[in-house]
Design a protein around this ligand. Structure first.
Ligand SMILES: Nc1ncnc2c1ncn2[C@@H]1O[C@H](COP(=O)(O)OP(=O)(O)O)[C@@H](O)[C@H]1O
Ligand SMILES: [Mg+2]
Length: 401
């Protein structure tokens, strides 16, 4: 037997697995690194987050990623080179974190790496029915495995698109396995660059999980803040938004985008929700181009809130009140939190941390869970085009040697 396969089989049959989840979202703020201990799999999965950190990206790193990020035309050579560089770089960041934690790499069973999405193009974005849903994440897992000496599972989204899904959002499967509660409806809302939620209807049935993106989360707020003041990258605690007044005309124009009219579930990205969308909406709403920065940020913050509450209100069979557990960087934006509660008075907005996993670690933990399923579980329940649930094992396995 190949020794790598033997090692894999040993990891698979262990009672507990140490898996490091890596997540780098569309906000490009840094690499989330979660060291998790897993026991069991599927709906019996138990996870304990032993360590967590976000290692911030340097300006050079952000600049490189942004140069090829969600643009239709980029330098192909950079895409090629950055795929290897990012893998190597993420591997080095894992080694750095392990060193900081005084933990030996040999004690880790596996790394689960999401990679960096540089383009997300489901049919709703590329618009050609003769072509499949597609998505592209860089940071090749062979490079992570080589750099760290640790077996790495990466590229989780491809199988989902190959099976007919949009490749996103994938968080719902972990949400279901870890946070489903019988007889209780729950919404698990994550506000990263893009907003998404998982709706669990309390039936415990995997074919009833609803997972969807809602539209922009922080991405537009970040982009405008960055353009206005290069020393800032986001609206800390939602302070700017709280000082501004929502421009209702501009908000209406922004909400006219066809994405908001698509039925649930749907997925999107910064390919759609970017500065051009904001600028075009400003000019077609005939708004004064000198709109105050506070008012523009307030309007974009309300757009995030509106698009989330609109999608939540569209959930079929949603009972009142429903507990909405909020995570992601956007949960730290106090204005988003306050306005969301005001726009959904019939429901309870609760910090996700109360479920026992820290909010900023959530997505990295959920990708570690997907790797745990690949190693030791039956895979994730996927509703295929024929309306049947089939189990998919996500991710590609990379060995150090
Ligand atoms: N204290 C805060 N106040 C307001 N917004 C915040 C705060 N902390 C983080 N954020 C927002 O969260 C974003 C990062 O969220 P994250 O969940 O990491 O998203 P992604 O998965 O897209 O990387 C930041 O870019 C910023 O917009
Ligand atoms: Mg992030």
């Amino acid at each position: 037997m190949n020794k790598n396969i033997r090692k894999l089989s040993e990891i698979s049959s262990k009672e507990k697995r140490k898996i490091i989840g890596l997540m780098s979202g569309t906000s490009l703020d840094g690499l989330d690194i979660a060291l998790c201990n897993f026991q069991d799999s599927g709906i019996n999965t138990k996870v304990e987050v032993e360590r967590f950190t976000t290692l911030e990206y340097s300006d050079l790193t952000k600049k490189r990623i942004r140069s090829i990020f969600s643009k239709k035309e980029v330098a192909l050579q950079d895409v090629c080179v950055y795929n290897s560089w990012l893998g190597n770089f993420m591997g080095k960041m894992v080694l750095q974190a392990l060193k900081d934690w005084n933990i030996k790499p040999e004690t880790i069973d596996c790394i689960a790496s999401h990679g960096q999405t540089i383009y997300h193009a489901p049919k709703s974005i590329h618009g050609d029915d003769s072509l499949p849903n597609s998505t592209l994440q860089l940071g090749d897992s062979d490079h992570i495995a080589r750099t760290t000496g640790i077996i790495t599972i990466g590229d989780f989204r491809q199988k989902h698109t190959a099976a007919g899904g949009e490749g996103a959002p994938l968080a719902a499967y972990g949400d279901f396995m870890l946070f489903n509660k019988k007889e209780e409806q729950r919404i698990l809302l994550n506000i990263g660059g893009i907003g998404n939620f998982t709706f669990l209807d309390g039936s415990g049935r995997s074919d009833r999980i609803l997972l969807t993106d809602t539209g922009p989360g922080n991405t537009l707020i970040d982009a405008v803040v960055r353009e206005y003041d290069q020393s800032k990258t986001y609206d800390k605690d939602g302070k700017l938004a709280s000082k501004g007044t929502v421009n209702e005309g501009l908000l209406r124009k922004l909400m006219e985008h066809p994405f908001y009219k698509l039925l649930l579930p749907k997925s999107t990205g910064p390919e759609i929700f970017n500065l051009s969308y904001v600028k075009e909406s400003i000019s077609s709403a005939a708004i004064d181009r000198d709109i105050r920065i506070e008012d523009l940020i307030a309007t974009l913050t309300m757009l995030t809130v509106h698009s989330i509450s609109k999608a939540i209100k569209e959930i079929p069979g949603l009972a009142e009140p429903c507990n909405i557990f909020i995570s992601g960087g956007g949960a730290k934006n106090k204005t988003i939190f306050k306005w969301l509660q005001e726009s959904l008075p019939e429901h309870n907005i609760i910090y996700f941390d109360t479920l026992g996993v820290r909010s900023d670690a959530k997505e990295a933990v959920l990708f570690a869970l997907l790797a745990n399923e690949t190693l030791a579980g039956e895979g994730i329940p996927f509703n295929n085009a024929a309306g049947k649930v089939e189990n998919l094992t996500l991710g590609k396995i990379s060995f150090p040697q």
